[in-house]
Design a protein around this ligand. Structure first.
Ligand code: GDP
Ligand code: GDP
Length: 437
């Protein structure tokens, strides 16, 4: 199920970054230890009272005069309106309501998305007289908070999660494979989609009754049903926004959230960039199946080593997703484009594959014999048994005598054993250890 996305919008200096860091710092669960995942906090995974959501930071660009502030705000608000499920509109309780705030409110009023009005910098329980001005925006009850003191943040989080969409169900049948084509501007996303849809074995279909008809493209291939997620967004191309790197990353987030399989496009000419890493990192953290697609392969002059060197380089740069197959294609000459959907089908199967508890425990017993579990102060890790608790992505729980002893490296070893026996190509695997007395 897709995690809701929450965006914070507001003019410079109201305290958006402070708020973001406060929330992220406390409850962040970004996998910071994994090499290769950029730490740049463009988004944070937040969990509040069993509600998981992604908080995105739309700010961060320093405008230096009023015109720029406004156009900047406009973009920020539009991104939020496009991608977020809930928008937090932040105001400054110290300076009170300004005309820029009113203009932002004007833009935000066009959205049907729920908006939470929040007044920051209310550092004590006493409300200033400014506070009541914020009611005149007509956007509901403003919530006073202090990002610095952490005052009222809990109330705000309650209000945010209360506004999550009831049903994040996509409306697609279980057997429809949802594919997100992601990557930076000009990498060839729309070319690839067009080339794929133009293949004669692909039947563009209507899947009736979905709420997403306008933005997705459903199709069939070899009797299997697929849908390209958010194709309208890719084709629409708001050039202005896309050029700001951060915004194009944010745009990918919604598509990733809604997908089963991500096609991560890399421009063969440029190799893996920071922006590519961010996008891939999100797909990984979101637990989606991924295929790394190096597009524009026709532009590369090749010798005997090109392929090997290129592959090695990608593995280094995207070291956190060694499980993802790499395809070198050209959307222009159609080289290997016919492989893409075969791979999609394959990794989608791997993503939803189950191992029986019996088979898993045979594997664990053997792994333990081959390589003794770690011990500390005379106490040795015991794995009583393991079981696969879910799919998409495959998640396993190992019941152990002491979680402190279940070191990362040993868990990684078990993961490798699982992969050696069952492959799980294209998908991350989650392994948790739990104590059983
Ligand atoms: P942004 O431009 O909206 O991201 O704003 P920042 O987070 O950079 O904050 C702008 C200024 O407001 C900084 O000097 C912060 O320390 C200050 N600030 C942020 N939140 C609070 C708050 O809750 N109380 C007070 N007194 N100052 C705050
Ligand atoms: P998007 O912004 O990611 O949707 O990228 P587009 O599909 O619009 O492609 C950007 C540019 O790259 C266009 O000029 C395409 O013609 C070109 N392009 C896309 N794929 C290929 C490819 O495989 N080889 C070459 N040489 N050019 C390509």
């Amino acid at each position: 199920m897709a995690k809701p996305i929450v965006a914070v919008v507001g003019r410079p200096n109201v305290g958006k970054s402070t708020f973001f860091n406060k929330i992220a710092g406390k409850r962040i669960s970004i996998v910071e230890d994994k090499p290769g995942v950029t730490r740049d906090r463009i988004y944070a995974d937040v969990e509040w009272l069993n509600n998981k959501f992604t908080l995105i930071d739309t700010g961060g660009i320093e405008p230096n005069n009023n015109d720029i502030i406004l156009s900047q705000m406009k973009r920020q608000a539009e991104i939020a309106m496009d991608t977020a499920d809930v928008i937090v509109f932040m105001l400054d309780g110290k300076s009170g309501l300004t005309t820029t705030d009113e203009e932002i409110a004007g833009i935000l009023r066009r959205t049907k998305k729920p908006i939470v009005l929040v007044v920051n910098k209310v550092d004590s329980n006493k409300l200033s007289e400014h506070f009541y001005d914020f009611y005149t925006l007509g956007m509901g009850e403003p919530i006073p908070i202090s990002s610095v003191n952490g005052l009222n943040l809990g109330d705000l989080l309650d209000e945010i999660v209360a506004r999550f969409p009831e049903d994040t169900d996509e409306g697609y049948d279980e057997d429809v494979i949802k594919v997100a084509v992601i990557g930076k501007p000009n990498v060839g996303k729309s070319s690839l989609i067009n080339t794929l849809l133009g293949e004669n074995r692909v039947i563009v279909s209507d899947i009736a009754g979905t709420t997403r008809d306008a933005i997705d493209t459903p199709f069939e291939f070899n009797d299997d049903k697929y849908v390209f997620i958010d194709t309208a967004g890719i084709r629409r191309k708001s050039r202005v926004n896309e050029n700001v790197e951060k915004y194009s990353v944010l745009r990918s987030l919604t598509a990733i959230e809604r997908s089963d399989v991500c096609l991560i496009l890399i421009d063969a000419n440029e190799g893996v960039t920071e922006q590519d890493k961010r996008i891939a990192g999100y797909a990984h953290e979101a637990g989606r199946a991924s295929i790394i697609i190096v597009n524009k392969w026709d532009l590369i002059e090749k010798d005997n080593n090109t392929y090997t060197e290129y592959t090695k380089n990608i593995r280094n740069q995207l070291s956190f997703m060694k499980y993802a197959p790499i395809l070198f294609i050209s959307s222009k000459t159609k080289q290997r484009v016919n492989k893409v959907l075969e791979y999609v089908k394959y990794v989608a199967n791997q993503h939803s594959m189950r191992i029986s508890t019996g088979a898993l425990n045979d594997l664990i017993s053997e792994a333990v014999l081959l390589n003794q579990p770690p011990s500390d102060k005379g106490k040795r890790l015991k794995i009583y048994y393991g079981t696969q608790v879910s799919v998409k992505p495959p998640r396993f729980v190992l019941f152990v005598n002491d979680v402190e002893l279940a070191h990362f490296s040993y868990i990684r070893y078990i993961e490798n054993q699982i992969r050696q026996n069952y492959n799980y190509e294209g998908t991350p695997i989650i392994l948790e250890s739990r104590e059983k007395k």
